[in-house]
Ligand binder design. Structure first.
Ligand SMILES: Nc1nc2c(c(=O)[nH]1)N[C@H]1C(S)=C(S)[C@@H](COP(=O)(O)OP(=O)(O)OC[C@H]3O[C@@H](n4cnc5c(=O)[nH]c(N)nc54)[C@H](O)[C@@H]3O)O[C@H]1N2
Ligand SMILES: Nc1nc2c(c(=O)[nH]1)N[C@H]1C(S)=C(S)[C@@H](COP(=O)(O)OP(=O)(O)OC[C@H]3O[C@@H](n4cnc5c(=O)[nH]c(N)nc54)[C@H](O)[C@@H]3O)O[C@H]1N2
Ligand SMILES: [Mo]
Length: 765
């Protein structure tokens, strides 16, 4: 029997394979299916499952020990649930719910009911609340900046001009950071029809000229020629300012658009021309910062002003120190070009970052689990977790406000992997020793599971019923259980229901509904919202029987900000002026020197033009991995096939490799003052000189306690990245601002150990 299952990286068909065991096949309805999930039922994946509840011995026996070094002891479910409930009750009684950190950031799985982050938030709300995290690692700087100057990121993301409009109208498409089809493999909830490879090909065939401004060449593939402008990382704001300078100096800025649709242009001009600070932001100035020749900058600006031009910034640009600035500069330049709201012109913020941007499909609010109300007000910007744990009570700034870090005694994590996603992991490992109790639900023995006090085994999507839905996709998927749970794994929902029962909150958490009741309820809610948006979804039973529901493609061809451009008074933006804010009084009023009132180039701690580059002369890009989603399925055959000698590949330019005596396939040590890791060398001129690329997601595998100075062994870039906010405005993750050195590793190299299942200790008492 065939059913469908949804993952973030695509829909798969579950069929009987050899010997009758279920096997996964690509979804026939997908024009470019992703291989990421095909091995999800493989032996390599199964051997790392968490099969029984397990407790850290020092925590279980009250003898201390260190998270990360200690043994685990397997225990029964009843004891595990009793101990977790008791730990929660103890912390609430002694310190209140303000001492529980339940941010639990992470992508978890695609199904919308068993969405672990929603489940853990709903559970913690049912028992009195928790300290939450705001924003995302994806879009820390942009999510805070963009609502002040144009519109919330969520709104922009779902309203990008569609790819068919681009093919018909765009003449010049300038992307900053490519349009990586590797990233568009995924969409939160399930990329069901992978559109980007075909869309790029059709646009190129229709005559769109693509220019890629990026430290790497291979983050776009249109099947045709693409001009590559190999910019220094983190300097896009300077280039964008110089493009704006040229357009202004030529008098080709669109005065009508600036007057009708924008606010504060006249307050930005003195900075642009240098009247304010003596430094014109001209092409010669930017050439020294960006290493893009001044003539190319001037010529590109003139091309932009004379033809229908789309500008796009990858999300990576804002995951950096002062990551707000390239986004603000992009919007500023697009406003000066005056093509915002015209078919094929204006700007995009993340074409290619996931499958969503540029989708033509109808929009409606899909099924989601209501998380309830949080009675605790304290929060942190998501990437400030180590600061919070290390500095309880310390002040921090965020979006114009002053706040204090809460004093956390208990961490609850389900559906995320902080020892994947956070920066400066050695610092996080220290901060992680502070709380009394750390509880983790996991499917696999990840680095985070290995640093918990108690790990509760969670089922995978293939082991439970759920509904797959993602913004901008054409289908809802009835995800039917395909295999029995591994070992004693339970659904997150079942685990929380049992805990809520012990804590007297069962009714608040479950509303006396079973899994089946919930699936029907969240589908029916969504069906009402769909109807309001003019979309007819089948009744739940028909949907479940058919296994899929298809939402018709809408006929309209979306153009971002079209209505606003047509009549800004009738369709004002949600900014203070109702218009695009080239100067923001509000942000200027926050008084943060690292995010002034208009787009600016600001010097950085770690970039190739700064003093730090004398010791660490290579800029590390830790981009998203092509062979997996973050750390998920890193142990699968597909991800492993992408490794070099068992480690994450690092790509070096031939000149940088030769200068260090490094050849393809060599094991190298990548290091800076924060840490070191081993990686496998790939030598390619697809990365510019001075830049190395080490994609994220190799499982964190630090040297053992008996070799404290040894390097991390699987190639995890987050032992190197800097743990600092993008600015006092947004406090976003700034992983892309990181300098390193690389050297050949001579002699035998320690093999990664993290892909071996843990060995369990016996209980001493
Ligand atoms: N250096 C650097 N670091 C980065 C980035 C970067 O560009 N550079 N990117 C950042 C970005 S944008 C992001 S979004 C983050 C991603 O960081 P995360 O979202 O934390 O990474 P994942 O590996 O997807 O972690 C999800 C975890 O949830 C588990 N899981 C899946 N389904 C379930 C479930 O149903 N129940 C339970 N209990 N667990 C489940 C998986 O096994 C996995 O361990 O990383 C960030 N880190
Ligand atoms: N296969 C796969 N796809 C994914 C993910 C995954 O883990 N695996 N993660 C998903 C998630 S959670 C997110 S948030 C998105 C992230 O999407 P992005 O943040 O856009 O992804 P990255 O791969 O980090 O970067 C995109 C490109 O930007 C380039 N770049 C980096 N720094 C600079 C710079 O300073 N200037 C310029 N001009 N270019 C630069 C990089 O070299 C890279 O080629 O991806 C999503 N897609
Ligand atoms: Mo992300």
């Amino acid at each position: 029997m065939r059913h469908l299952t949804a993952t973030h990286w695509g829909v798969y068909e579950v069929e009987a394979g050899a010997g009758g065991a279920p096997a996964l096949r690509p979804f026939a309805g997908d024009p470019a299916p992703s291989p990421i999930g095909l091995d999800a039922l493989g032996e390599e994946v199964a051997r790392l499952r968490v099969r029984r509840p397990a407790a850290r011995r020092g925590w279980l026996e009250g003898t201390g020990g260190r998270r990360g070094d200690d043994d685990f002891v397997e225990i029964g479910w009843d004891e595990a649930l009793d101990r977790v409930a008791a730990a929660l009750a103890r912390v609430r009684a002694a310190h209140g719910n303000e001492a529980i950190f339940g941010g639990s950031y992470g992508w978890s799985s695609a199904g919308r009911f068993h969405h672990a982050q929603s489940q853990v938030h709903r559970f913690l709300n049912a028992i009195g609340g928790y300290v939450r995290s705001v924003d995302t690692y994806s879009l820390g700087a942009a999510r805070v900046l963009m609502p002040h100057i144009v519109a919330p990121m969520e709104e922009l993301m779902v309203s990008h001009t569609s790819w068919d409009v681009i093919a018909d109208h765009t003449k010049l498409f300038v992307c900053f950071g490519g349009i990586p089809a590797k990233n568009a493999q995924v969409s939160s909830g399930g990329a069901m029809e992978h559109r980007i490879p075909g869309a790029l090909r059709r646009a190129a065939e229709a005559g769109v000229r693509f220019v890629n401004v990026s430290p790497v060449r291979d983050d776009i593939d249109t099947g045709g020629p693409v001009e590559w402008i190999p910019i220094r990382p983190n300097t896009d704001a300077a280039l964008l300012l110089a493009l704006a300078h040229t357009i202004h100096a030529d008098g080709r800025h669109d005065r009508d658009f600036l007057a009708r649709c924008c606010a504060g242009f006249e307050r930005f001009v003195p900075y642009l021309t240098g009247a304010a600070d003596g430094q014109p932001k001209d092409a010669a100035w930017a050439a020294a910062i960006t290493e893009v020749p001044a003539e190319r900058i001037v010529a590109l600006a003139r091309e932009m002003a004379s033809t229908r031009t789309m500008l796009n910034a990858s999300w990576s640009l804002q995951r950096a120190e002062h990551g707000e600035q390239p986004y603000w500069a992009l919007v500023t330049l697009a406003s000066m070009l005056g093509q915002i709201g015209l078919p094929g012109g204006g700007f995009g913020v993340g074409y290619g970052a996931t499958n969503l941007m540029g989708s033509p499909n109808a929009r409606f609010g899909g099924p989601t689990l209501n998380q309830g109300r949080n009675a605790v007000r304290a929060f942190i910007p998501v990437a400030r977790i180590a600061d919070m744990l290390l500095n309880p009570g310390a002040p921090f700034e965020y979006n114009g406000g002053r706040h204090a870090y809460p004093d956390i005694r208990l961490i609850y994590w389900a559906g995320g992997n902080p020892f994947h996603h956070h920066q400066d992991l050695h610092r996080l490992a220290e901060a992680w020793q502070r709380p009394q109790t750390i509880i983790v639900h996991e499917q696999f023995w990840t680095a985070t599971a290995r640093r918990a006090d108690i790990v509760l085994p969670a089922t995978t999507s293939l082991e439970r019923d759920d509904i797959g839905f993602a913004n901008g996709e054409r289908h809802l998927i009835a995800m039917k259980r395909a295999v029995p749970p591994a070992g004693e794994a339970r659904d997150d929902f079942a685990i929380f229901a049992a805990l809520a029962q012990r804590l007297g909150a069962a009714a608040a958490y479950t509303e006396n509904r079973s899994e089946a009741d919930w699936l029907r309820a969240i589908y029916d809610d969504s069906r009402v919202r769909a109807k309001q948006a003019g979309i007819e979804l089948p009744a739940f039973d028909d949907f479940w029987r058919a296994g899929i529901a298809t939402v018709g493609a809408r006929n309209a061809r979306p153009v971002m900000l079209e209505a606003f451009r047509g009549d800004p008074a009738a369709h004002p933006l949600k900014t203070p002026s109702g218009r695009i804010e080239i100067f923001s009084e509000r942000i200027a009023g926050f008084g943060a020197a690292d995010c002034p009132g208009h787009a600016a180039w600001l010097d950085k701690v770690e970039w190739l033009g700064g003093a730090a580059a004398r010791r660490f002369p290579l800029h590390l890009l830790s981009d998203q991995p092509s062979t997996r989603l973050h750390s998920q399925l890193d142990h699968s055959a597909h991800s492993r096939a992408g490794k070099v000698a068992g480690r994450q590949p690092i790509t070096l330019n031939p000149a940088d490799a030769a200068a260090r005596g490094i050849g393809p396939g060599d094991t190298v040590r990548v290091f800076n003052d924060r840490g070191a890791c081993l990686a496998g060398a790939v030598v390619s001129d697809a990365v510019r000189r001075g830049v190395v690329r080490l994609s994220t997601g190799a499982w964190f595998d630090p040297a053992p306690a008996d070799d404290p100075a040894g390097p991390e062994r699987s190639g995890n870039p987050n032992v190197l990245t800097r743990d600092a906010g993008s600015s006092r405005l947004a406090q976003g993750c700034s992983a892309q601002s990181c300098l390193v050195e690389v050297e050949a590793w001579r002699g035998p190299a320690p093999a990664p150990r993290v892909y071996d299942p843990p060995r369990f200790a016996a209980r001493s008492s």
